[in-house]
Design a protein around this ligand. Structure first.
Ligand code: SAM
Length: 354
């Protein structure tokens, strides 16, 4: 159980290694991170058997930027046939699980294995329940079986409320046919990730106001309008007619980096592709000067040292708020729908909610 296994977007393995190594060092957990490029996963091998549990106990999964999923456990080699018996033998040392997810990596190898997993899941689930190793909806941790091949699996555990919301951290969101662009799902995913579902009515309610910087053709504006908000869409490009027809959107062809609203709005969202340092200054100004209560902003990643650079930018934003004496919560995640970027969520904590 000394290994922490982490999923990520292919190509971001070294970011995960840097991120988890930094946290482990701060927590005083000795070990080392390793990953092969483009495998969509990384491991942190702890020197002590309890190291992985210690890291998971001290961190909130939601605070991690690059990992999509995590689990503590170890790798197991499986025979060609009767894999279930072998798994049951290993699982005798594990606590009784409260749920079961079978996962693969978000890579070409992973895609090939997902058919096998779908077939394997039904008999495995039955066998686990029968053997008393799985009590669905019970208090036990989630059992996460990540297959790296048909013969090799990571037997992992994670608390359901401190790990990914979806298997492999890949959200199952349906693309709304009326939305003008696919990037609409990015904002929807951000809300799922950063805002607890039970707070949606209050924090994403109708009669609110929103600003969408870099709005065209309107995928993000569509999400704001869908929640009943009155939206100012900023972009020199054209907005989808269907959105303008709702009567809820005002389209301004001005520069998103200089325009500011006359009154504080509830939401600012920004999907402009810009140098990250410039976006960071814009975030600081919008929240720091009280132009909005909450924001979701895309931050483009630099070419090198992507984790270190993101941390540096977040620290800079944090310091800016401190200097202004305002309290702002900051979240940052590479969402499934993000490519060479991360998504930041910010919320003024010192302004009364509406
Ligand atoms: N979020 C949009 C959607 O879901 O349909 C897509 C936005 S697209 C990635 C980026 C947009 O930013 C482009 O439409 C571009 O015209 C706009 N843009 C770039 N620089 C801008 C600026 N300085 N001010 C306002 N808009 C800008």
């Amino acid at each position: 159980m000394n290994t922490l296994f982490l999923h990520c977007r292919p190509g971001f393995e070294s970011e995960v290694c840097s991120e988890i190594s930094e946290h482990a060092a701060l927590l005083g957990v000795a070990g080392y991170a390793k990953a092969k490029p483009q495998t969509a996963c990384a491991e942190f091998i702890c020197n002590d058997a309890e190291g992985a549990a210690q890291i998971m106990g001290a961190l909130r999964f939601k605070q991690l930027i690059f990992p999509r999923q995590w689990a503590r456990g170890s790798f197991v080699e499986l025979p060609e046939s009767d894999r279930i018996s072998v798994l049951l033998e290993y699982l005798a040392d594990y606590p009784v699980a409260g749920s079961l997810w079978l996962e693969v990596m978000d890579s070409n190898d992973g895609k090939e294995l997902s058919t096998f997993c779908r077939k394997f899941e039904v008999p495995l689930r039955k066998a686990l329940v029968k053997a008393g190793r799985l009590m669905e909806n019970g208090p036990g941790p989630r059992l996460l079986l990540t297959f790296v091949s048909g013969r090799r699996v990571f037997l992992g555990l994670a608390d359901a409320d401190n790990s990914a919301m979806w298997p492999m951290g890949i959200p199952r969101l349906k693309f709304p046919r009326e939305a003008p662009s696919r990037s609409t799902l990015k904002l929807e995913e951000a809300w799922h990730h950063f805002i607890p579902r039970e707070q949606w009515e209050q924090r994403l309610g109708d009669d609110m106001t929103g600003v969408d910087l870099g709005a065209a053709p309107g995928g993000w504006t569509y999400q704001l309008v869908r929640r009943g908000m009155l939206v100012t869409a900023i972009d020199n490009g054209p907005m989808a007619e269907s959105l303008m027809d709702t009567g809820l959107v005002q389209h301004l062809m001005v520069d998103g980096f200089t325009w500011k609203p006359k009154q504080m709005v509830d939401w600012m969202v920004c999907d402009i592709v810009e140098k990250p340092a410039r976006t960071a200054s814009m975030i600081e100004e919008w929240l720091g000067d009280g132009h909005c209560r909450e924001a979701v902003v895309n931050l483009k990643l630099p070419m090198k040292q992507r984790y270190a650079e993101v941390r540096r930018l977040l620290e800079r934003i944090e310091e800016g708020f401190k200097a202004r004496k305002v309290k702002v919560s900051i979240g940052c995640k590479q969402l499934y729908h993000d490519r060479e970027e991360v998504t930041c969520h910010l919320r003024r904590l010192d302004i009364k909610p509406r």
